[in-house]
Write a protein that binds this ligand. Structure first.
Ligand code: ATP
Ligand code: MG
Length: 393
């Protein structure tokens, strides 16, 4: 396994101080699959206070849960003390975290067997729950009783689907059955966490697995409206997502395309999207069906209305249903050439008009009139020429 030197050093330092330490979780899984890990997590028998004594630069991430972040040059690594989680309340949070001296107990509290492996550069893989075998079989299986594990923390149901979509794995039958039985518990999970998992699913490689979201019924508990749309159009949507660019705004718009802009907006608000994303996605939902003539004037005008970036997205989305390469090419040419698209680059400003005796409401009207002239013929974006037009008007 190829482990960064810095990570090895952290493990070594903990060992030198007399503690056990292992690389753990997603990064071990990803290394075995020859995927690039998102981050490197370390699990140790040392208590947070002891970890803090060993490393010069640390900050507290979740002391109660035993997590300290070690800063090594510019990189950050989470070091978590071996722990057991006791009695979950609200289907998400353990009421008590108990530190333990046993690596096996720490691995046992983790969600899926493929996520429950540890690795030590000298001792190799520590695998108590058949994680390696399940990696080979490409399956997501709960550690222990999946039913109990989903009852403890309902977010794990969405994580199961997300890992399935990211890795292209099947969900093991008992785990899937438990998920179907416990699906209503997802309602206890915060909108932010659901949003985060769906976001990762939409960016994942094995998009066809997303159909489990509605086939299992889980989506009905998250959004009955979206669930209904997916039963009807899901297959087509997944087909379109497969060939769509990774841009998250584009992906969400395709995913929500059968909602009205109003319904889309409500859903995005419910799932605590930031205002900028809401605005972008809703705007695209509003314009999805626009038929824009393949003429430079129309494209400049539309780019001005919704911004060139959004128009580019619109053509890419529409491109999933018809060939829009010519439109994309035309927009690209317009941008490369630096044609004037908005008032920002118009060669004449409100101040100039004032100097020529135009005031109040008339300024805005005149600027729009001039911008339209320039949209028709970008060569006319010249102060002298535009002043002439103003006089004629
Ligand atoms: P990613 O590629 O998204 O980082 P990951 O498997 O590393 O995937 P993280 O959320 O970073 O997932 O969590 C790291 C590890 O912590 C997991 O691999 C798993 O062992 C454990 N873990 C995380 N969330 C849970 C959970 N809700 N229940 C049980 N174990 C969890
Ligand atoms: Mg991770």
């Amino acid at each position: 396994m190829i482990i960064p030197e810095k990570v090895k050093k952290i493990v070594q330092k903990l060992n030198d101080a007399g503690f056990e330490a292992y690389i753990v979780g997603g990064c071990v899984r990803d290394c075995l699959l020859q995927r690039k890990p998102q981050d490197w997590d370390i699990t140790t028998s040392a208590q947070p206070q002891e970890v803090k004594k060993i490393f010069p630069k640390t900050y507290d991430t979740g002391l109660k849960h035993g997590t300290v972040t070690v800063v090594c040059e510019k990189d950050h690594y989470e070091i978590t003390t071996y722990r057991i989680e006791k009695e979950y309340y609200d289907c998400r949070h353990p009421s008590q975290v108990i530190f333990t001296k046993s690596l096996k107990e720490d691995l046992q509290r983790r969600d899926f067997t493929v996520n429950a492996m540890a690795y030590h550069p000298k001792e190799g893989i520590q695998d108590y729950f058949c994680g390696q075998e399940h990696l080979k079989q490409k399956k997501i299986q709960g550690v222990g009783s999946p039913k109990k594990r989903f009852q403890e923390d309902a977010l794990r149901m969405l994580r199961a689907l997300r890992f399935s979509a990211q890795l292209g794995f099947e969900i093991e039958p008992e785990t899937y059955q438990a998920l179907q039985e416990q699906k209503a518990l997802i309602q206890k999970i915060s909108a932010e966490r659901i949003h985060e998992e769906l976001e990762k699913m939409l960016q994942s490689q094995y998009l066809e697995k997303i159909c489990l979201l509605w086939e299992s019924g889980l989506l009905n508990e998250i959004s009955p409206l979206l669930y209904q749309k997916m039963l009807q159009h899901g297959t087509n949507i997944l087909q379109e997502l497969k060939t769509a660019p990774l841009d998250r705004i584009i992906r969400w718009t395709i995913f929500l395309q059968y909602l009205t802009p109003k319904e889309g907006e409500q859903l995005l608000k419910d799932f605590r999207f930031d205002n900028h994303s809401i605005k972008s996605i809703v705007m695209l939902l509003e314009h999805l069906k626009d038929e824009i003539p393949l003429q430079e004037y129309e494209i400049r005008k539309k780019a001005c209305e919704i911004t060139p970036e959004q128009l580019n997205r619109l053509f890419l989305i529409q491109g999933q249903k018809k060939d829009t390469t010519k439109w994309l090419h035309c927009l690209e040419t317009i941008q490369k050439r630096g044609d004037c698209i908005t008032l920002k680059t118009l060669a004449i400003k409100g101040k100039d008009l004032q100097k020529h005796g135009i005031h109040g409401k008339e300024i805005g009207e005149t600027l729009s009139f001039l911008l339209d002239i320039v949209h028709r013929d970008p060569e006319k974006n010249n102060k002298q020429i535009l002043l002439e037009y103003t006089k004629q008007k």
